[in-house]
Design a protein around this ligand. Structure first.
Ligand code: FE2
Ligand code: FE2
Length: 192
């Protein structure tokens, strides 16, 4: 497994690509790092990267894959958009500052039952929008990043913006690398 310092370095490098909305983004990052478990939270309680720092590892991986993909497929999309959507698509998994989504229990995590119920994609959009002025495309990409894995996302089937398609694929790809199902690229984190 990689050291968390390696992840943090990569995370700060990605953040430095946000230029136009730098101040807004810095404010958001300050909020996340000070008031939530953003840098330590797991990516899930039971499944994917259910380890300390799992969420930041996954978020860095997704943003990195998005930047690679867009270079080849659609260079017109800015690095800034890829970083904001990629890094923050799952930020809702931190929960709310006063009510984290996951709680530490024994050596693992459990879902916190004492929180307002909301999909993590909706919460991601809610939290990001409080700080960063998003384009319509970025908002769609964050809210529907799970693509057609989620039944409720049918409404956007065949109506996805390129940015939404990018984040959906990058998310699926990064998760498969993290789970050890794809071994052809060197991810930041290997489960096995
Ligand atoms: Fe997600
Ligand atoms: Fe994700």
């Amino acid at each position: 497994m990689v050291q968390i310092t390696e992840i943090e370095t990569k995370y700060r490098e990605l953040l430095s690509k946000v230029i136009e909305r730098k101040d807004e983004c810095n404010e958001f990052v300050r909020f996340l790092e000070k008031e939530t478990s953003w840098l330590t939270a797991p990516a899930s309680a039971k499944y994917h990267l259910n380890i300390e720092h799992g969420l930041i590892i996954h978020s860095v991986n997704v943003a990195t894959v998005m930047l690679e993909l867009k270079k080849v497929l659609i260079p017109d999309i800015s690095d800034e958009s890829c970083v904001i959507v990629g890094l923050f698509h799952d930020v809702g998994k931190v929960g709310m500052p006063h009510a984290p989504r996951y709680l530490k229990k024994n050596s693992g995590y459990v879902y916190n039952e004492n929180q307002i119920e909301m999909s993590s994609a909706a919460r991601s959009l809610y939290l990001v929008s409080k700080f960063i002025s998003l384009s319509d495309e970025e908002a769609q990409a964050i809210l529907y990043h799970d693509g057609q894995y989620i039944l409720e996302n049918r409404t956007v089937a065949h109506k996805e913006c390129p940015l939404t398609l990018l984040v959906t694929f990058a998310d699926t790809w990064a998760s498969a690398m993290e789970d050890g199902r794809i071994k052809i690229m060197k991810p930041l984190y290997f489960k096995k």
